[in-house]
Design a protein. Structure first.
Length: 275
């Protein structure tokens, strides 16, 4: 028996990186998984998004750990589409107990020719509005089960403090604002849902070794502006965390080991927020 045996978890941004890691870790703990990812380009961003093949690999890995999975391609900005996919997954897997709103994007500079307004709309739309859509799509089945549950919103160290370095770029401002907004959502939901035994918390990673961080665009930027690498520096002597480091925290918050933990902003950041 795993910590999440008999439970169903929804994970957004599940095709690769942190999202895949969370989905697989929850499956290892016994959960069945609804895995969602856009699997399509986001034109405002200068790096590639996940692909259908990436989502298929997540499916394979979850099944390899004995989990059932419903995987679908949908943009978290599409509230109706997202709600439909969640409803389909719930009908097939039998309820919903855990939500990991992980889908998010980040860059310092937008794709060539993209206006600041378009960059802002895309970042806030995915990172903040998409989180709201995810929670709202998940709440009806969570309430229907009457089992309570755990909602984990993936924020960032940029949700705890202003980023240093290139804070003047519209993309970085949008990222910081959206990740602070996720904390506001968490605190409001935590108060409103407590009476239904639905816990809501945020996790705040520092830089994690995923394509959002280790891509050609960001590498080229730091090569040209190495002083801004300070923006990524941690207090502990580690450059980047592994996705599994964040999944450890997600699993704990999802499990009964954290059954009385709600309304908490949990840094998993090698001390970044105390620098």
């Amino acid at each position: 028996m795993g910590a999440l045996t008999g439970r169903v978890a929804l994970v957004t941004g599940a095709a690769r990186g942190q999202g895949r890691s969370h989905a697989v870790r929850l499956a290892e703990a016994g959960a069945d998984v609804i895995a969602i990812d856009v699997c399509a380009p986001v034109p405002e961003l200068p790096y590639d998004m996940a692909t259908p093949e990436d989502l298929a690999e997540t499916t394979r890995l979850v099944e390899a750990h004995g989990g059932r999975i419903v995987a679908a391609e949908v943009d978290v900005r599409d509230r109706d589409g997202l709600t439909g996919v969640v409803a389909k997954g719930v009908a097939e897997l039998g309820g919903l107990d855990v939500v990991v709103a992980n889908a998010g994007v980040s860059t310092i500079l937008p794709a060539e020719g993209v206006s600041p307004s378009a960059m802002w709309e895309a970042t806030v739309g995915i990172n903040l509005t998409g989180v709201w859509h995810t929670v709202e799509a998940a709440l009806p089945p969570m309430r229907e089960s009457g089992r309570g549950g755990s909602i984990v919103l993936i924020s960032s160290t940029a949700g705890l403090k202003g980023l240093v370095g290139a804070t003047g770029t519209p993309a970085t401002l949008a990222y910081t604002a959206s990740k602070h907004g996720v904390v506001g959502l968490m605190r409001a939901y935590a108060v409103g849902l407590a009476k239904e035994s639905i816990r809501v918390n945020t996790v705040h990673p520092t830089g994690v070794k995923t394509p959002m961080v280790t891509n050609e665009s960001l590498g080229a930027y730091f090569a040209e502006d190495p002083e801004d690498l300070e923006m990524m520096a941690n207090a502990l002597p580690v450059e980047l965390l592994q996705p599994g480091d964040i999944s450890d925290a997600v699993l704990w918050l999802a499990s009964d080991a954290a059954r009385y933990v709600t309304g908490v902003a949990l840094p998993v950041d090698a001390g970044f927020h105390v620098r």
